[in-house]
Design a protein around this ligand. Structure first.
Ligand SMILES: Nc1ncnc2c1ncn2[C@@H]1O[C@H](COP(=O)(O)OP(=O)(O)OP(=O)(O)O)[C@@H](O)[C@H]1O
Ligand SMILES: [Mg+2]
Length: 471
């Protein structure tokens, strides 16, 4: 119902801004939605909804009594802003503890560990099988049924104990200190996102976490493990570095279902990259809507599946501005190859987070002030440039690019004109086609923030850019 109200409100506002259907259509849609809401509201809520409907009607007929405005502003702030305090509080105080109680109880005996998929700063990631029993044979070649039971397990590199993690860490609204707390952060972020409907199918499916009670093989007592569905054998990093064949051609068949024979190679590449990018921005928009900033967007943390889905992984550096979890204004956790010049999600003078209950109420104000999501959209802009310019596909080339961009004071147009090694002779055809739609988007994503912390496109802004409609 709230989604319908939000939709109707947005129809009215686009009508006011002259971008959509006539105002009268928007207003009558909103009135209709509110009447339906008042009629459908359960017992206790009915008078509240009816009073809100009356308030909206008053505003629409320009009858602006102070109490009406106050009530509507409070409603808007609590329910419809980003990240909305009502949902943040509900999630933190009701749904999070509920999920911890109801999540599947994992134990070492349920898994057979296989290859190492990665070994990052704070954990080692393994492919695993969920075994049917202690006697199941797991040969190096998996059966079709075993493939369906593949999981990903991440072992946090430091045991969870009173020395390594503060007992009140997730309720104090502060940044992770050390490896064990980073594991708690990743579990928290993934668990929260598994409850955000818009993020479903945009991030790897999280299945829970556990701490080992008794040592069993590689599962040593006290270690923290996180469990996901095994989504794919490949990341966008693998695709870019040529492991799957020449990029982006290696993704065309899975990303663009129907490829007309009339398309030339450049058009195919353009359409393929557009599908990947659109999914990255849709995923970012969904996590940002819940107050989470990823802070480590890069090709290795973006999975591509055989069904053509693009999913975000690796939330160990993420911060949740709706609760203050893993946030400290002075600290960035970043991969310098993809992080924006400001290096922090919020201005340094932002106050430290209060405990989650208070942080939730301040979340929308904080978001409006600091636009922390623009941290991730800069990284996505670097990924876009890397995908579109053939000589930037490899890790090393991308690293050289960011060093050259820094030499040009993060002015991407100056970098392009500079003749520095990474721009000299580079092929910008995919960005220049269709009237330079791609280049225009890249410059708006890699822009430096202005004095009001804006000046760069958000994920929603990027999705509305004409690049996505360009042929
Ligand atoms: N749900 C998943 N499905 C399939 N593969 C996954 C999944 N999650 C992670 N991986 C693979 O494991 C690798 C490491 O995972 P992740 O990025 O979460 O850990 P990390 O700590 O960053 O380690 P590294 O620095 O080695 O990437 C990923 O790059 C990806 O190849
Ligand atoms: Mg990673």
């Amino acid at each position: 119902m709230l989604a319908q109200v939000a939709d109707a409100v947005s129809q009215v506002s686009s009508a006011v801004l002259g971008q959509g259907a006539p105002l009268a259509t928007g207003v009558s849609a909103l009135e209709g939605t509110l009447d339906a809401a008042a009629a459908a509201a359960p017992g206790l809520l009915a008078p509240v909804v009816a009073s809100l409907a009356e308030d909206v009607r008053n505003v629409l007929s320009l009858n602006l009594a102070p109490l009406t405005v106050l009530r509507l502003s409070a409603f808007y702030y609590l329910f419809l802003t980003r990240p909305a305090p009502f949902w943040s509080l509900l999630d933190y105080y009701v749904l999070t503890p509920g999920a911890a109680l109801t999540q599947k109880r994992w134990a070492p005996a349920m898994f057979a560990l296989r290859d190492r998929l990665g070994g990052g700063n704070y954990g080692v990631t393994y492919e695993a099988i969920k075994v049917t029993g202690p006697d199941e044979e797991v040969a190096s070649r998996l059966t079709a049924d075993q493939k369906n039971r593949r999981l990903v397990l991440k072992r946090v590199g430091e045991k969870l104990g009173s020395q390594s993690a503060r007992s009140d860490f997730l309720s104090s609204g502060t940044i992770a200190r050390g490896v064990a707390e980073s594991g708690l952060v990743e579990g928290y972020m993934c668990r929260k996102l598994s409850r955000v409907p818009a993020a479903r199918g945009k991030v790897a499916e999280f299945l829970g976490d556990f701490v080992v009670k008794q040592t069993e093989g590689a599962f040593s007592k006290g270690t923290q493990w996180l469990v996901w569905k095994f989504e794919s054998d490949s990341t966008l990093g693998d695709a870019l570095d040529g492991t799957l064949g020449p990029f982006p051609g290696c993704l065309t068949d899975i990303m663009v279902r129907r490829v007309p024979g009339t398309w030339d190679q450049e058009k195919r590449d353009h359409e393929t990259i557009k599908v990947v990018l659109r999914q990255i921005f849709v995923a970012l928009r969904s996590i940002h809507g819940s107050g989470i900033v990823h802070r480590d967007i890069k090709p290795e943390n973006i999975i591509v599946t055989v069904e053509g889905k693009v999913l975000l992984i690796d939330f160990g550096a993420a911060t949740d501005l709706s609760t203050g979890i893993n946030f400290n204004p002075q600290y960035g956790m970043l991969d310098p190859r993809y992080s924006p010049p400001e290096q922090l999600v919020m201005p340094e003078k932002t106050p430290k987070s209060p405990p989650p209950a208070i942080a939730s109420f301040g979340g929308p104000l904080l978001w409006a002030y600091g636009a922390p999501d623009l941290f991730d959209t800069f990284s996505a802009g670097v990924v876009m440039l890397q995908m579109c310019v053939p000589t930037l596909h490899t890790k090393q080339a991308q690293k050289n690019f960011i060093a050259d961009l820094a030499k040009c004071d993060y002015d991407v147009q100056a970098w392009r004109d500079s003749g520095l090694p990474t721009s000299r002779g580079a092929n910008f055809a995919l960005l220049d086609r269709a009237g330079g739609a791609g280049w225009d988007l890249v410059t708006k994503l890699l822009a430096k923030r202005n004095s009001s912390n804006r000046g760069r496109l958000s994920a929603s802004g990027a999705l509305g850019h004409w690049y996505f409609r360009s042929a």
